[in-house]
Design a binder for this molecule. Sequence first.
Ligand code: ATP
Length: 199
Amino acid sequence: MFLKRIELHGFKSFAESTVVTFEPSITAIVGPNGSGKSNIVDAIRWVLGEQSAKNLRGSKMEDVIFAGTDKRKPMNIAEVRLILDNSDGTLPIEFSEVSIGRRVDRSGQSDYLINGTVCRLKDIEELLMDTGIGKEAYSIVSQGKVDMILSSKPTDRRELFEEAAGIIKYKNRKREAAKKLEDTEINLARVQDIIQELE
Ligand code: ATP
């Protein structure tokens, strides 16, 4: 699996519909300061569910929408799609090409999409779980992150290895199952109380 293409429309400095195509192997994006290199990384992070405007180098989520220039009016919607080559079947979905998208408008209305169909962020997270792609995963190493990893606590660093080893999915499921069990026990206790009252 590899990232084949990014399609941007109205995202940060990309007012024009822009398509960035990648080949397998190494790609480097070069350009003058302020030309939008980091905005491409922000776009990937945003599609993967980043909720913090600060992590996208803005102050509010609306800042991801093209804000206008002297020559061009601001836009009202930002949309980004990541097109992944899934011909090796890494993603558990029966498509050789998978598109993951996110769009937002100035009212704050936001949608996530898998292959053009609106879905929940959870669906995207589950689809990508254990692939190494994710907003928190090790696939995006931002400036300063290497320092942070080296100086982090062993328990925090362990999470990184767990994601890489593919066990985070099972930890999450365990946590969800434990929560359900706890809720069920509370419900059972309530039913028990009611039965006692009736007896
Ligand atoms: P450097 O090499 O200095 O790190 P870069 O190529 O990574 O630069 P970016 O940080 O990706 O550049 O892009 C910064 C540019 O994006 C700035 O010119 C900024 O005005 C523009 N920009 C950011 N958000 C928006 C927005 N919402 N609307 C319009 N332009 C934006």
